[in-house]
Design a protein around this ligand. Structure first.
Ligand code: GLN
Length: 247
């Protein structure tokens, strides 16, 4: 199958190697005989509902978020339509914040979000930086990554987090939760990039994207050895255990 990806603002929102997630997805797709076709969708470009199986957006500093926020709101209806028709979304950190209702930065400037996820974010004084370990009960797995954000994300009542924080700060350093999950939409603060040390999540998203591409159910993907990935996860988890979540 050809899996069509719309990479939102790769030229503005790409820190901590976030674009590496697409490289991992492309390899894992190819190892199963599928092809990942990544299209850059940036400033002034159109989101064409139905043209992509997966929409991806990385993280960025307040400055870059301010540059893209208004352009992203102009794409909001098309993104909502694409998601309503079953497209998947992965958003990391600054991109994750802009999927909510708004991001208010440290100067009190409110950047509009597209309201795709039930949350809002307000920047605090101190940045939350370090390694993170999450427990994702919904998948019976853990996620390990790196966070660096001033934003404190508040989920609406009834919203579903991506995982419970075992080590690290997570959404706001208090709730004990990280990220947000809504159907085929995943938002997270985890950089790294995320996928090399958490291949199960890459495969989960790949299966959801294949379901959209085929119009069917998410397929069972042939398992891969993932020896290096398992070691990388262990190292990241150990770092989170020893130094995550400390100002
Ligand atoms: N600028 C946002 C914040 O500081 C997001 C940072 C990021 O993407 N790493 O919270």
């Amino acid at each position: 199958m050809r899996i069509r990806v719309g990479h939102l603002y790769p030229d503005y929102l790409n820190i901590y190697a976030d674009r590496g997630n697409m490289a991992v997805l492309a390899r894992r797709a190819a190892w199963r005989g599928h092809e990942l076709d990544v299209e850059s969708v940036s400033m002034g470009d159109e989101v064409r509902p139905g043209a992509h199986d997966l929409l991806y957006v990385g993280g960025g500093q307040d400055r870059e978020q301010a540059l893209v926020a208004v352009d992203l709101t102009a794409k909001a209806d098309a993104v909502h339509e694409a998601v309503a028709a079953g497209a998947c979304v992965l958003a990391v950190c600054g991109g994750y914040q802009l999927l909510g209702r708004f991001y208010r930065d440290r100067d009190g400037v409110e950047l509009p979000g597209i309201g795709l996820l039930p949350l809002h974010t307000i920047a605090g004084e101190r940045r939350m930086i370090g390694d993170v370990l999450l427990d994702c009960e919904w998948a019976g797995r853990t996620l390990a990554g790196f966070e660096n954000h001033a934003g404190r994300t508040v989920l609406d009542d009834g919203a579903t987090p991506l995982g419970r924080v075992v080590h690290g700060f997570g959404n706001d350093g208090e709730s004990g939760f990280e990220g947000c999950r809504s159907g085929r939409i995943i938002g997270t603060y985890l950089h790294g990039p995320l996928f090399p040390r958490n291949p199960w999540l890459a495969d989960w998203l790949l299966a959801q994207a294949l379901a959209h591409a085929s119009g069917g159910e998410p397929p069972e993907l042939e398992p891969l050895a993932d020896e290096l990935e398992t070691v990388a996860h262990g190292v990241a988890a150990e770092r989170a255990r020893t130094r995550g979540g400390r100002f």
